[in-house]
Design a protein. Sequence first.
Lengths: 619, 49
Amino acid sequence: MAHAILGISAYYHDSAAALLVDGGIVAAAHEERFTRNKHTSEFPINAARYALEEGGLRFDGLDAVAFYDKPYLKFERLLETYHGLAPKGLRSFLSAMPVWIKEKLFMRNMLKNELAKLGSVKPRMLFPEHHLSHAASAFFPSPFEEAAILTLDGVGEWATSTIGHGTGNGIQILRELDFPHSLGLFYSAFTYYCGFKVNSGEYKLMGLAPYGLPGAGQTEQFKQKILDNIIDIRDDGSILLNMDYFNYATGLTMCHDDKWQQLFGLPKREPETDLTQPYMDLALAAQQVTEEVIFRMAETARKLTGSQYLTMAGGVALNCVANGKLLRRGTFKDIWIQPAAGDAGGAVGAAYAAWFIGNKKQRSVNSGADSMKGAYLGPVYGAPEILRTAKMYKAPYEYYPEFEKLCRKVAELLEQGRVVGWFQGRMEYGPRALGNRSILGNPCHPEMQKKLNLKIKYREGFRPFAPSVMEEDIGDYFQLDRPSPYMLLVAPVLEQRRNPLPENYDRMKMFDRLYHLRSDVPAITHIDYSARIQSISKQTNERFWKLIKAFKDKTGFGLVVNTSFNVRGEPIVCTPEDAYRCFMRTEMDYLVMGDYLFTKEGQPPWKEEKDWRSEFQLD
Amino acid sequence: MEFLRDLWGFLRVRKKFWLLPIILTLLLFGVLIVLTSGTAVAPFIYTIF
């Protein structure tokens, strides 16, 4: 009989569920994709129900349910923090306690009540620590027999970062950095100060940083001020934050705005206001300091474990700029990063921890291949569902029984500069769209970056786009010598593909710099000649690979622009109906779902009673 | 009962018996909250709580 474990991440942000059957991942999905509420913290009832369906299991077929953290330990941290800092933090204390006293202290019961909706039996419940869940999500599905493990995030129970060593079916935590000293919260504080939303805008800060001027007086001054006043970085990578500058331990904001303004001579940027050079320089300074900490921690991990391989998870591990640089430093022979590195990935990590550590099951590794199945672990919708959606909206379509012909057609549309929604196969697990719920464009088109940002995604114009490149062609475009299947490595565009910069480039305004054609693939070349790469292998995603191949046959370029299939503030689409709705609300030109092509011009007029933009809170 | 058993286990394993009076006081307040208010929603900018 098969043994199954359901992993759950919930009640904080990015709720998700994952199902392991006999130690293999069968399904994993974010709850937000089903409820259409981005970063939802609700119990992932829909994701759990889907996972059981996918596994062909009834609830009574589960051996255990694993929740991704230890609530009492978190409560201990809260009480000790408030006690240690009293009388500061009274307001925060009074706001936090009702939730705990009424709900979170009774987590086991809350979970049981929610799980009762799936079935009447009461499975064994396990609560691995938050960072152990991250560590398990990093190591167990990795392609390594043994590896160092680095977990970095805001905070779990007490831990904010850990260094561990994974061997076989075990994980040993060797070092732990505790709250309030947190690299994740340090980065979030800068996210907040630069006017982005905490807990979702961190990747915008990372995208903004390259607009800062490296080596320029202001950037260096900011960096020095950060190092002198805000953060003390020790040789081993452990950090001490100067809590005089931060407010998150006792207050309701990330930092003390007045002190930051005094230090940097720069007020907190209000959200959605113009971005000026000082904020770009500040973003760059914060990014560089963050990288320095990660590098030192990684070196410590190398020394402590002696391992040649590193695995990573936790929200900070989504900082693909730092990941790419870490790889190029050569501290480790290879690095593997959990594609759902944030808290959603805690679901799969908790399940893995229960299976290998709790149940002491043997682990076998496929040489060179990880166990994440390309992160295509979500629901699949076939022709019946697609046709039902088409019928519901009276949407005309063209059917392509021959997939190669469809690829040729889409490649032709992309070549013409058209934007195509691409909906295929199983939905991705993790924050990135990896070619099954993606919006695609032509990377060579000079206007593509602008068009995608402003007319399709309705998001900030400065934000970069990522390429999906055929795995065998990576070296033709980028300084990267290995696959990057999860879009978690940033690498430079090859020098021979770059265009020279004008003399006054550094003095040009942000958008003038942005719209300067920096390479022969301008839509995916960021301002600093970098690109966040996703490599596509024929084995992992054959349909997407075939499409890119068709684009290459047509244009000579074996890569496309790939951005997630959603608009700003919206979770990535899950169902054909979500996809069709997003297609009709935006200026996307074509939609491909399975073997069906929908042309915008051929669709009936789209009517909605209220402005759909109000449906999604800006992230 | 399960809650009390879990709580006792936590205090024992972590050797944090000094938290017991605080937790009991909070639970007393909790009874009041349950009796007097609706859903508890934390207004935090960052959900670390």
